[in-house]
Design a protein around this ligand. Structure first.
Ligand code: NAD
Ligand code: SF4
Length: 445
């Protein structure tokens, strides 16, 4: 059984409230951290090996140590709670059921970074959660853990919750900062990274909800002990939101030593595939990461079992591997159509493109239109090569990673399932799905 660090108390009745959370040892880590120096906290986080849990897996301690500290300029901590990656809902779970863990992590992190103001930017669709967070903030303030002179240590911190308006792109950290400043959520060119020039041009650390929550157990058990959990550079625990063709969809905390097979089939996690169907493919890290067919999902190219961790999932690189990403684990059984699935994702990215760069603005709807043609029996063999060409021209040629995120699913689908694309083109009469009439909303004509 995986060790639990984040969700160990999530089942306790009333844990959403300060009194119950405190009884379980909540806010002990703040007391411990405020007796340390900020640099010592950063060192603990570095020692822990914690990597960003939003998707990129960037080392958190390193990001914190990049924060510029010019005299007289405020610094900010911004928590990215704009969890919009299709298939990803682990931050929602954490904020909804154990909000004080996030608030506690924010207090420690802000103290370590020298920030006196911190924000939680939360996606608009999580409409009921800001209230839960604001209540937790009020309770923490009433208990002396927020506001002026926290625990009499001379440290001040205010936390604000800002609701987004439902744009996927506002989960990209610089678009998020633009939105937080009250502007249209257009990504900025990096560098400069937010650590140097972020919110209102001030040094800013942007971290995912789960990353900041993980700082609490790191301080409680020490970075060295945290680093012993997991394997290699995949230290600590990871929240996985599992969905698709599985018996037990939900949010699971794993210690990154279990195999993909165990995760899908064991009763402790996904509980297998309904109706005894076979596994076809899986997208282990949210819709942006490459889809992997079952044969490569259960084993690596070296014939080793594939593990639920950063290194093993990426084994073989993008040609055969995939990414841990945001931990949005989507399972497809043998009945699922890869072309339809890819079309649906292409539609999503085309709809969410902010339109700033030509390859993404023009390429994403173009890919969607071609995929729709193939899916509805109007495709040609040349379309497959055209699709491949378009995705190649998007990848790496855009301001933000949305372009790559739109290109990779198309590339991986063609690479691993080209025969399905060809079958659609060869058998148009067999395609009975009736788009346009059967209630399929198509906002890109
Ligand atoms: P990135 O690799 O560009 O950056 C990762 C982080 O490290 C950023 O915070 C960046 O500012 C920081 N960083 C990198 N180099 C730095 C340097 N030299 N100095 C200072 N800071 C530095 O990735 P990204 O654009 O932040 O994120 C892309 C990922 O987001 C994708 O892998 C995708 O899986 C994920 N994603 C997640 C969601 C979600 O809902 N959780 C949604 C969309 C995408
Ligand atoms: Fe906007 Fe797409 Fe360019 Fe990102 S890649 S800045 S979403 S147009």
């Amino acid at each position: 059984m995986s060790k639990k660090l984040l969700l160990k108390d999530a089942h306790i009745e009333g844990i959403r409230h300060y009194d119950v959370y405190r009884k379980q040892g909540g806010y002990d880590a703040v007391e411990k951290a405020l007796a340390m120096t900020p640099d010592a906290i950063v060192e603990e986080v570095k020692t822990s090996g914690l990597r960003g849990r939003g998707g990129a897996g960037f080392p958190t301690g390193m990001k914190w140590s990049f924060l510029a500290k010019p005299e007289g300029i405020p610094r900010y901590l911004v928590v990215n709670a704009d969890e919009s990656e299709p298939g990803t809902f682990k931050d929602r779970y954490l904020m909804e059921f154990i909000p004080h863990l996030l608030i506690e992590g924010m207090i420690i992190s802000s103290f370590a970074l020298g920030a006196n103001t911190a924000y939680i930017y939360i996606r608009g669709e999580y409409a009921w959660i800001p209230e839960i967070l604001e209540q937790a903030i009020d309770e923490a303030k009433a208990a002396g853990f927020l506001g002026k002179n926290i625990l009499g240590k001379g440290y001040d911190l205010e936390i604000y919750v800002q609701r987004g308006a439902g744009a996927y792109i506002c989960g990209e950290e610089t678009a998020l900062l633009e939105s937080l400043e009250g502007k249209r959520g257009n990504p900025r060119l990096k560098p400069p990274f937010p650590a140097v020039k972020g919110l209102w041009e001030s040094p800013t650390v942007v971290n995912n909800v789960e990353t900041i929550a993980a700082v609490v157990p790191i301080i409680n058990i020490t970075g060295a002990e945290y680093a012993k959990i997991g394997v290699g550079r995949s230290t600590g625990t990871k929240l996985i939101s599992a969905c698709g063709n599985i018996n037990k969809p939900g949010v699971y905390e794993i210690d990154m030593t279990i195999t993909v097979e165990e995760f899908i089939y064991s009763e402790e996690y996904c509980g297998g595939i309904p109706n005894g169907k076979k596994l076809k493919a899986c997208i282990p890290g949210g819709s942006s990461v490459p889809i992997v067919p079952a044969n490569l999902l259960l084993k690596t190219i070296n014939g080793e079992p594939r593990y639920m961790n950063y290194e093993s999932l990426a084994d073989g690189g993008f040609a055969t591997g995939t990414m841990m990403g945001s931990g949005g684990f989507i399972v497809l059984d043998e009945d699922q159509c890869i072309v339809k699935h890819t079309m649906s994702l292409a539609h999503f990215y085309a709809h969410e493109s902010c339109g700033q760069c030509t390859p993404c603005r023009e390429g994403t709807p173009w890919m969607y239109k071609i995929l729709k043609n193939i899916e509805t029996g109007k495709g040609t063999m040349a379309d497959i090569d055209l699709l491949w060409d378009i995705q190649r021209k998007i990848e790496g040629n855009t301001i933000c990673p949305l372009g790559d995120a739109a290109a990779w699913p198309v590339a991986a689908a063609i690479r691993h399932f080209r025969d399905e694309f060809e079958w659609h083109i060869d058998n148009p009469e067999a395609l009975t799905r009736n788009y346009g009439l059967a209630g399929y909303a198509d906002p890109i004509p």
